[in-house]
Design a binder for this molecule. Structure first.
Ligand SMILES: N[C@@H](CCC(=O)N[C@@H](CS)C(=O)NCC(=O)O)C(=O)O
Length: 209
């Protein structure tokens, strides 16, 4: 296997944490996103969507999308389970991971990509250029702040997002909370359960990945 990574980007970090929790070694190559390597002909052959992470399998298959990569790694390296144990847990992990992607990470990307100078003309990932829409900066911020309230309510009375087990949902939410800092969004004092959870998951060695 070969892992196409970018040390500074949030999406591949989700996979790096997943790999660290599994205790496996996957050789990684860094893709220079700031330099536009993802838009070049060589990388387009690997992923026509021009994004990282990508996991290259030994038969040459390229897996893109964080969830697809984690799903594959969970099948190949089942322990420790990071996508849930029972049918209900597995469904809840998919459910929360989907919510975190669409209401959390996408909201933050909206804020960041429509504001940052370096993202002018690159407001969306992919091979096609999109201009920034300044109105989306505040909307994305508001969406994420409201979503943190939902996470806080979900965490009332549970250690992790899906009950008492650490899962991909926690990994995705941790990466989202750290990505939020890029837009100077932090967890306010009123969200006591979210703060408690953030300290817990940030203290895991895998959070350094
Ligand atoms: N839905 C994708 C999102 C991947 C993504 O957005 N990756 C970003 C880095 S966080 C990227 O490759 N950006 C390239 C660019 O900005 O051109 C996934 O789950 O893997």
């Amino acid at each position: 296997m070969k892992f196409y990574d970018c040390k500074t980007a949030p999406s591949p970090r989700r996979v790096r944490i997943f790999i660290a929790e599994k205790g496996i070694e996957v050789p990684a190559v860094q893709v220079d996103l700031a330099g536009g390597e993802q838009l070049g002909a060589a990388f387009k052959k690997i992923n026509q969507d021009c994004t990282v992470p990508v996991l290259e399998l030994d038969d040459g298959t390229h897996l893109t999308e964080v969830f697809a990569i984690c799903h594959y790694l969970e099948e190949k390296f089942p322990e420790p389970a990071l996508l849930g144990g029972s049918a209900t847990e597995r469904a809840l992990v998919v459910m929360w991971n989907t919510k975190i992607e669409s209401n959390g990470l996408a909201a933050l990307a909206e804020t960041f990509r429509n504001r940052a100078k370096g993202m002018q003309g690159r407001a969306l990932t992919g091979p096609d250029d999109y201009e920034q829409i300044p109105e989306l900066v505040d909307r994305g911020r508001r969406r994420f702040e409201l979503f943190m309230g939902k996470l806080d309510r979900q965490l009332q009375g549970t250690e992790y997002i899906v009950g008492d087990i650490f899962t991909l949902a926690d990994i995705s939410a941790l990466v989202a909370c750290d990505f939020a800092a890029w837009s100077r969004i932090s967890i306010d004092d009123a969200k006591a359960d979210l703060r408690r959870w953030y300290q817990l998951v940030s203290a895991r060695p895998s959070a350094q990945a």
